[in-house]
Design a protein around this ligand. Structure first.
Ligand code: NA7
Length: 543
């Protein structure tokens, strides 16, 4: 049953469900609530188009690290059959075309308010309604508030002294100008060597007069080996849709390949080398799937780390530069493992320089460029900040959410995110957080956890409505138990052992150091969520 579009006596727009964000999650959530449950649902989106994180991340070389045939919705075979990818990994414009295809095919845009940034959301307990306000001063009311804001949508621009004095131009990769940036003849400085910086540097170097890469933490990278998709591969994707989907839904990371069921020390060193070499040649995130214990056992991980460091030394001709790049201080894939196209090769170009800012930290930005502690000056026309995001909690906290009794999300999460299943927060009834902290999200091929969350939330709301209920909220005990479980799952892996990981919030000064995603794997997580639902939403209070 649809609610009225305007509640009597007020100018608030009133709907059953408000969804914030029109990326993968918001689009599917709108479709599920509107077209499956018949709810009056609307999406509020700050951008002028669909795409979410892909709308903003238009930096040079922006490409998805998941393989294209798995980076798409699987809930509808029809939808899948109507689309063909062109390359092994989709470039940003192709992901945008895909999401526009989905939005048009499902007729979603008519229920999306573009150019509408949410600035506040307050739970009115008496009415059991969320009151949502936007930057332009509009007001919305809804029973259910669903955040679909992504995990990596709050850009982290470091507060470096002198920043505002820089006479050139600067850009953050996650807020890239739509008209692009012309690097020709320019001295470019790039700060950051995460997945983004590793994609961007080779492309920027192709046109810039000079590129200086400022590296704080050396990083592993495996070649992506991107190629146009052959007719044979496209046919395989068309004919094998159910099998591909089944694999994605039954592997811990949601990718369309299985993690090999063998341990590093089950095989001889020669066999191991052969396996790593084959994975290096094949390229992509599958390197991580060569052995089941790479993220569980440091000694096992060391074998992969040594192999990858040797590759860096073999590729990069200048021994000093190679040493700075290979001086990696953490286990392979314990931070998000990048994949690349010619990243290490880029440092063999005459117009590229690497600066080790772990050894000689950035001290200031000056009108002319970047100055480091040793007194070195790097004159620049353009600075590119590939410095990542206030991940996972950042996009939620900036919505200024206020729950029961005036409790703000910022207060509730002062010591780090606390919720149940990554989906709901105690004290915030009817608020659902798609791919929230405490869920597998960023440790997976994102579309898989997104589909699972959207379907779980949709089933949950259907369950409430079928029983004439309109309120759901986790118990504090369920939250305590889930937070413990998330910590235990992380502690069983090498992931929390990296002191500078954004999974821990370590990239943002002052952010609580809490391991945020659920490291127990998507398969186990899905089972837990299904069991909770089957047991009448165990751990939730309903009314
Ligand atoms: P990341 O992975 O957070 O990488 C950011 C990079 O920027 C990383 O090398 C940081 O070094 C560096 N950084 C951040 N702040 C500074 C300062 N103040 N000075 C010098 N260097 C700095 O972000 P990405 O955008 O690359 O990737 C995010 C995710 O997007 C990725 O994992 C995929 O899931 C897609 P640090 O390692 O913190 O020392």
């Amino acid at each position: 049953m649809a609610a009225t579009s305007l509640s009597p006596g007020s100018t608030d727009r009133s709907v059953d469900a408000l969804i914030i964000g029109a990326g993968f999650s918001g689009l599917y959530q709108l479709h599920a609530l509107r077209d499956r449950l018949g709810l009056r649902a609307e999406v509020l989106e700050a951008a002028e188009g669909v795409g979410g994180t892909w709308y903003w991340n238009r930096y040079p070389g922006a490409r998805c690290d998941s393989e294209s045939h798995s980076y798409c919705f699987t809930f509808s075979e029809d939808l899948a059959r109507g689309w063909e990818w062109t390359e092994r990994y989709p470039q940003q414009p192709e992901v945008m075309r895909y999401l526009n295809y989905v939005a048009d095919r499902l007729d979603l845009k008519r229920d999306i308010r573009f150019g509408t940034r949410v600035t506040g959301a307050r739970y009115d307990a008496a009415a059991n309604r969320w009151q949502v306000t936007t930057e332009r001063g509009e007001r919305y009311q809804a029973t259910y508030l669903i955040t679909a804001v992504g995990c990596l949508s709050t850009a982290n621009v470091p507060k470096i002294p002198g920043f505002e004095t820089f006479a050139g131009r600067w850009y953050h990769t996650g807020q890239w100008p739509h008209e692009g940036v012309d690097f020709r003849g320019k001295r470019v400085g790039q700060v950051g060597t995460g997945s983004t910086g590793i994609q961007a540097a080779p492309v920027i170097a192709e046109t810039a007069a000079h590129l200086t890469v400022f590296q704080r933490t050396a990083n592993y990278s495996v070649p992506a080996r991107n190629v146009p998709l052959t007719p044979e591969f496209r046919r395989y994707v068309r004919e094998s849709f159910p099998e591909i989907r089944a694999t994605m839904q039954t592997t811990p990371n949601g990718h369309p390949f299985r993690i090999e069921d063998r341990s590093v020390f089950d095989v001889t060193p020669e066999e191991r080398e052969r396996i790593y070499e084959a994975a290096w040649e094949k390229g992509g995130l599958q390197f991580r799937a060569t052995f089941r214990d790479l993220l569980l056992d440091k000694a096992a991980n060391d074998t992969a780390a040594d192999f990858l460091k040797a590759k860096i030394r073999a590729i990069v001709r200048d021994p000093k530069t190679a040493e700075i790049l290979a001086n990696i201080d953490h286990p392979y894939a314990a931070k998000r493992p990048p994949i690349d196209t010619n990243y290490f090769e880029t440092f063999n170009r005459d117009n590229v320089t690497l600066v080790d800012v772990r050894a000689d930290p950035i001290e200031a930005i000056t009108p002319a460029g970047i100055a480091t502690r040793s007194g070195a000056q790097y004159p620049l026309d353009i600075i590119v900040f590939a410095t990542g995001f206030d991940a996972m909690t950042g996009p939620l906290l900036r919505l200024n959410i206020e729950g029961r009794d005036g409790l703000t999300l910022a207060e509730a999460w002062r010591a780090g995110p606390r919720n149940y299943l990554g989906l709901q927060v105690a004290g915030f009834p009817n608020l659902f957080t798609i791919t929230g902290p405490g869920s597998p999200s960023v440790l997976c091929n994102m579309v898989v956890p997104i589909e699972q969350h959207v379907e779980w939330i949709t089933d949950c709301i259907a369950h409430l409505r079928a029983r004439g209920l309109s309120l759901i909220e986790p118990t504090p005990e369920a939250v305590d138990g889930w937070v413990r479980h998330v910590n235990d799952a992380a502690d069983a892996t090498l992931l929390p052992q990296v002191p500078h990981s954004w999974y821990l919030g370590a990239n943002i000064p002052g952010k609580p150091r809490v391991f945020m995603p659920y490291a127990g794997g998507m398969t186990r997580y899905r089972r837990i969520c299904d069991e909770v639902a089957a047991e009448g939403y165990r751990g939730f209070g309903m009314g």
